[in-house]
Design a protein around this ligand. Structure first.
Ligand code: UDP
Ligand code: MG
Length: 335
């Protein structure tokens, strides 16, 4: 991928772009659009709403096309298949044209009415406006505890602190977006990247709503995968842990070996000692497998990065007609 492709598209801009990653959100889309447009209608300098259809298999694409006919501020980007929310956000940031960009979920769990406050914080000089959930009510105890543990661990391991309870609902200034757009890696743990870029960060608290339609598409397995991504993308501490644990256990095994050798030489040892042997063998085997597994996690990611495939494939990109060249019929398709 060349750098020109990774930069944002230079074209007539607007003040605010709202990037909405969506997968099978046909049911909630009309209500979402209504609330979003109402919330940002008064933003001076204009806005665009960029819906990123992450390979939906329901009627999302059709509903989006209809919306776009009715509303001049709507841009749509459609992936060739489902690439996942992190990549939908990545693509949204790369195609957004606003001086500021807000990323928001499609399920109305993030109240659009708070966007003017985010814009105000940006106008006061913030480059990243983080939206922090006041509570995680409505989520299962297991998910809450797991999330809390995850933040504890990643903040121990990584040099870039990832604020707890801040999701993908954020506002970025143009220079923050440009910084994010320069990151070519495949292992996209967005929460980590968002913190990594630095700049002036501000935080606003908000109350997370309940999902209005559809259901959450984050099964536990995927959350686990995201957690592993997060740790391996931002820290090599596990690799060091593996070598330290390996060293300690090797020393222990050596000492135990010495002890048994001396004991056998002095007192003889007809058949005894078999359990000890098994325990030591199993323990060392387990530790070795763990260490190899950790190395494997990193090696696998290295392998994936080294293939240098594009991060995602765009099936169609139709910018808002606000941005069209004088003749309105020249929508740029398939960018
Ligand atoms: N989403 C997406 N691609 C996916 C999964 C989810 O674009 O592969 C979108 C989804 O449509 C929604 C947002 O990401 O707008 C958050 O998804 P969800 O509500 O399922 O996650 P949760 O709120 O439970 O974290
Ligand atoms: Mg949700």
């Amino acid at each position: 991928m060349n750098t020109a492709e990774m930069r944002t598209i230079v074209a007539p801009g607007c003040t605010l772009s709202i990037v909405v990653p969506m997968l099978n959100e046909e049911a909630g889309l009309p209500a979402l659009h209504e609330r979003l447009s109402a919330a940002v209608a008064d933003i001076s300098g204009g806005f665009e709403i960029l819906y990123v259809d992450d390979g939906s298999t329901d009627q999302t694409a059709a509903v989006l096309a209809r919306l776009q006919e009715q509303c001049r501020n709507v841009s749509t980007l459609r992936f060739s298949r489902n690439f996942g929310k992190e990549l939908a956000i990545t693509a949204g940031l790369r195609h957004a044209r606003g001086d500021a960009v807000v990323v928001i979920d499609a399920d109305l769990q993030h109240p659009p009415e708070i966007i003017p406050d985010m814009v105000a914080a940006w106008r006061q000089g913030a480059d990243v406006v983080n939206m922090r959930r006041r509570s995680r009510a409505g989520e299962s105890w297991l998910k809450r505890t797991a999330a809390h543990l995850f933040y504890r661990i990643i903040n121990q391991l990584s040099d870039t602190p990832v604020p707890e309870n801040v999701g993908d609902f954020r506002l970025f200034s143009r220079r923050a977006v440009n910084a994010l757009n320069q990151m070519p890696e495949r292992n996209r743990f967005m929460k980590g990247l968002f913190s990594w870029i630095g700049f002036r960060q501000a935080t606003i608290d908000f109350d997370v709503g309940v999902r209005t339609t559809g259901r959450s598409r984050w099964p536990f397995g995927q959350l686990w995968a995201l957690a592993i991504e997060g740790v391996t993308a931002f820290s090599i501490a596990p690799l060091k842990v593996a070598s330290k644990v390996g060293l300690v256990s090797a020393l222990l095994a050596f000492a135990t070996g010495l002890y048994f050798l001396v004991r056998t030489l002095l007192f003889g040892d007809p058949v005894q000692g078999f359990p000890t042997l098994i325990v030591v063998v199993l323990m060392l085997g387990g530790l070795q497998l763990m260490a190899i597994g950790i190395v494997g996690e990193y090696l696998g990611r290295l392998f994936l990065e080294s293939k240098q495939r594009p991060l995602y494939l765009v099936e169609s990109y139709v910018p808002a007609s606000e941005f069209d060249a004088p003749s309105q019929d020249q929508a740029v398709r398939g960018a």
